[in-house]
Design a protein around this ligand. Sequence first.
Ligand code: NAG
Ligand code: MG
Length: 488
Amino acid sequence: MVVDKWFYPGVATANASYRFLASGRRAVTLVITLILVGAVLLTRTQTVVSGKRYYDLVVNGVLASPPAVPVINTDYPPNYDWLRQWEHDLPQHNFSLPAPEGKTGRYVKFSSQTQMLGWNNVLGVVLMDAHLAHESGRAYVFQDYIWEPAHYPWTKKDEYDWPPKTPLSALLAGPAAGGLWEPDDDTPRSISSEWFDVVCPRSERRFIPTSEVKQHVGWSEGDVMFDTWVSVLREAPESCIEVTTSPEDSFPQVFDLWLWGNTRLLSMWERFSSSPTSRLLATSPIVKSGVDKNEYLFLPKGPRPPHPASHNPYERMLAMHLRRGDYEGACKHFSLYSSTFYGWNQLEFLPDRFAVPPGEYGPERDAVYMGRCLPTFEDVIKKVRLARTEYLQGTGKTLDVMYLLTNEKGTWLDQLREALRVEGWSTIRTSRDLTWDSAEQKELSMAVDMDIARQAAVFVGNGWSSFSSNIVHRRLVDGKKPMSTRFF
Ligand SMILES: *[C@@H]1O[C@H](CO)[C@@H](O)[C@H](O)[C@H]1NC(C)=O
Ligand SMILES: [Mg+2]
């Protein structure tokens, strides 16, 4: 069983320390005393030093030596043992609970879920699968996020698990990761895939390959597909269902790329956005700590603003997703295949919609795609002006904090910063300015970026990006006005 390792960790540790105490109690007491004395001496020394530092700062206006930067080792990936233990200990992992949880509960695992892709492709599917499980009256089985190794912030070493995995509850909080549903909601709580192996041994599972359902509804409207799956999962008498990939299906997710890249998805919006899966979705504590750690960066630095301005830096912020570098090839590809915007970026009530240009593939179509997908310097400045002016007209509120979510570096970015400063943006920060307190925060930096963009007064996204689509989802569920969510 996969869970063995976790069954008695507390007992093992207690035994080990007990044996240690019994064999050398005196030596231990001596060591502890020495440590305590050392700690007291050290504290006193530091007080004196920092007292002197404060004096230097006040009287001389400078510190005698530069302030010490606390040393945090972010050269190694985090160890999530503590969080895995927390997931292991979730109260719904209990045989004795009454149905629909416990031994006779109802469960569905989507092993068809996307893996080893960018986090945002996975996130969209996780939330939709969790919503489907909820509507089917079954517990959603959540799984670790398995990285596309190229996106992982650390390079492969023998001592790391590979491909790297991150517990879902590091990336998000809410019912999809095991959190509570609303008080009057009897839907069973989500369980870990580790517990699924315990409560639903393979011999007791019914396996449903995605093709079994999709062959009937593969190209229907999103809501028709969704309802078909709901009735299959609801009506099945089996407690334990695993939805699997099938070789006949080249995109073997329940909600696949053909749906995310098509307006058929949009018939799902009304129900999905108002669902408890969406409404109770929350930023994880680790991601929140990464956002808070960096909030000083966003406190406005400029002159007193001419219009009424909020004390909350996010209410003065325009966040802009500037995906460049690797995106040049991607944009060409979108043009070649006449790709629409991705996912929720297609919602018809959002401004700045995109219509696929009619006619044959050629340089003219490429130019249309490049203008929207890989905006030039001038395109960026123009869009920023427009978004700021229209926001001011609509709300009377000032925007003067700029956050650039970007993989770009070098002179292009430096010049853009300078041009934006001339445009009156007094506080300009980029993804590269963020710093980390922990390896966990560093690992989840993409989720930290997303959460900043979620909170920003105005967001300018890239319509073809799943990262932008997930930000659009959170912003609209939070109640932000459609006009505040824009695209190049
Ligand atoms: C498991 O559930 C039963 C029934 O609700 C409860 O009495 C018991 O305390 C639970 N066990 C744990 C370890 O929480
Ligand atoms: Mg799926």
